[in-house]
Design a protein around this ligand. Structure first.
Ligand code: HEC
Length: 196
């Protein structure tokens, strides 16, 4: 018994040493990214919009670009039922979030207008992300906000005006719940007013 215990103890100590040694090993994989690479990956646009580039666009301009580059997948007006639309509506759904069939679009769901810019530049048209110019993205953002009834057709959308656009569901999100309460049971829901 004593022998076995000694054996296991030394095995554990040894194992620990190997673990520590492993941390010092270099694998000769990867390299430090260049400043240029870091800049080109750094495309996130936050709610304050401080990262937005120069440029501008209106819904009127956006309508033309949308017809050319977006309608093939999102339908001619971005709604759920537009002919040719994929499963992801960009427009509509206001007032449906607390129903049995919620439609989560930019207009009904998204809390920040700046995210529309971020998403379009980053990922659209699908498989051709980061190809649109800032003016095109501003114009497309404008037309989607216009079709959702959030701005006017002639409103100029740019780095200054976009962060000021108030989204309808801006206050529809809950603050993070402190850890001990993170049980999403009936009581928590009721506490945040989600259950009658
Ligand atoms: C080749 C098809 C295709 C084209 C063209 C396309 N999209 Fe999309 N788009 C998609 C798909 C698919 C999704 C859903 C992606 C997902 O959920 O992962 C999507 C999602 C989106 C979303 C996010 C919707 C949401 O609520 O999550 C936005 C905004 C969007 N597209 C805008 C555009 C704009 C603007 C254009 C034109 C520049 C465009 N798309 C062109 C296929 C396309």
């Amino acid at each position: 018994m004593r022998y076995l215990l000694n054996f296991f103890l030394s095995a554990m100590v040894l194992g620990g040493c190997v673990g520590v040694l492993g941390q010092n090993r270099t694998y000769n994989l990867g390299r430090t990214p260049s400043q240029e690479e870091i800049r080109s990956w750094d495309i996130a646009i936050g709610p304050s919009g401080k990262e937005l580039p120069p440029g501008s666009g209106t819904a009127l301009e956006g309508e033309k670009i949308y017809a050319e580059k977006c309608a093939s997948c999102h339908g001619e007006n971005g709604t759920k039922d537009a002919p040719g639309a994929n499963h992801h509506p960009l427009v509509g759904g206001k007032g449906t979030l607390n129903t049995l069939n919620p439609v989560r679009s930019i207009g009904s769901f998204w809390p920040y207008a700046t995210t529309v810019y971020d998403y379009i530049y980053r990922a659209m048209p699908a498989n051709q992300g980061e190809t649109l110019s800032p003016n095109e993205v501003y114009a497309l953002t404008a037309v989607l906000l216009y079709w959702n009834g959030i701005i006017k057709e002639t409103d100029v959308i740019d780095a200054k005006s976009l962060p000021k656009v108030q989204m309808p569901n801006r206050n529809g999100f809950l603050p993070p719940v402190p850890l001990p309460e993170r049980q999403w049971n009936r009581r928590t829901y009721r506490r945040y007013g989600l259950y009658p």
